[in-house]
Design a protein. Structure first.
Length: 291
């Protein structure tokens, strides 16, 4: 159908607003990337806006040589991979029985889990529990408290409930037990929503900041987010780069090094996201609407 004048105006305003919102998100990132790829003189003189001036990768080389970014990146990978795997496994194990219509007390357990999403004890009780469990200065303090996201579990539960009963009955006639039904039939048919939830968990663990800052006492266990935050706050960062030669320090500024750290922190998720984008909207919409 041909759009009316009012609809055209409405769409035009929407596109304008969305364009402004998109630019407000992407332009700061482009500016940071340009700073990280520009030489020190161009950055100090203020000539760098959205395009690098005198392109160089010295800031990235100095970041790797003069800081603990490699170890922080390794910590990030460990936190994300192990945490995402554990969270996905526990989310599936929690969502599947709650999606079974014949589970006794299903409504009670669902409401009890939703209650934890609405109310929490706060930071101090959270810290005391982690301390009493002996998890301080270990990644268990990051993985265990947020092992299952209630929102993600409810999305997956709704998707499982949308599967036709006839498929389950046919599988049981063929001799499938609960585990085989879950692993061989339910999960392969749930790949879109599983991919979307995996992305949710991965981004959450990759960007962990407050929990790492609270529970990690050893700087060697810091991840990229905390390391970059400390770099941004540090006023004596240039003096702390003991591994660099004097001529290297002269050829860079704190701004270029900080910008390089931010890009290193953001790059992995930006690279992975396009490959999961096709599952992102599809998986969440299927899990949220059907049922």
């Amino acid at each position: 159908m041909k759009a009316t004048f009012g609809e055209k105006v409405f769409y035009g305003v929407n596109y304008a607003i969305l364009t402004l919102v998109g630019l407000s998100c992407i332009l700061p990132m482009i500016h940071i990337l340009a700073l990280s790829l520009s030489d020190a003189q161009a950055v100090v003189s203020g000539r760098v806006v959205f395009w690098p001036v005198n392109v160089t990768i010295e800031s990235y080389r100095n970041l790797i040589v003069g800081t603990d970014v490699v170890n922080a990146f390794k910590n990030n990978v460990i936190l994300t991979v192990v945490g995402t795997a554990l969270s996905m496994a526990c989310t599936v194990i929690a969502a599947y029985p709650l999606s079974r219509r014949d589970m006794y007390g299903r409504r009670f357990f669902t409401l009890a889990i939703v209650f934890t999403m609405l109310f929490s004890g706060g930071i101090i009780p959270h810290y005391l529990v982690i301390k009493s469990l002996g998890l301080l200065n270990s990644y268990g303090a990051i993985w265990l408290p947020g092992l299952v996201s209630v929102f993600n579990m409810l999305v997956l539960k709704t998707y499982f409930e949308s599967m036709p009963l006839e498929m389950e009955e046919a599988a049981r006639i063929d001799g499938c037990n609960e585990w085989r039904l879950l692993l061989r039939i339910v999960l392969p048919l749930s790949l879109p929503v599983l991919a979307a939830l995996t992305l949710f968990y991965a981004v959450g663990f990759w960007n962990q900041f407050m929990n790492v800052l609270l529970f990690m006492n050893d700087p060697a266990k810091y991840n990229l987010t905390v390391m970059v935050q400390q770099m941004i706050r540090s006023q004596s960062m240039m003096q702390e780069l003991a591994n660099l030669q004097p001529e290297d320090i002269m050829n860079m500024t704190p701004e270029t090094l900080k910008s390089a750290g931010v890009i290193v922190m953001l790059a992995p998720m930006l690279v992975i996201y396009p490959f999961l984008q096709k599952y992102f909207v599809k998986g969440v919409m299927i899990g949220a609407i059907k049922g």
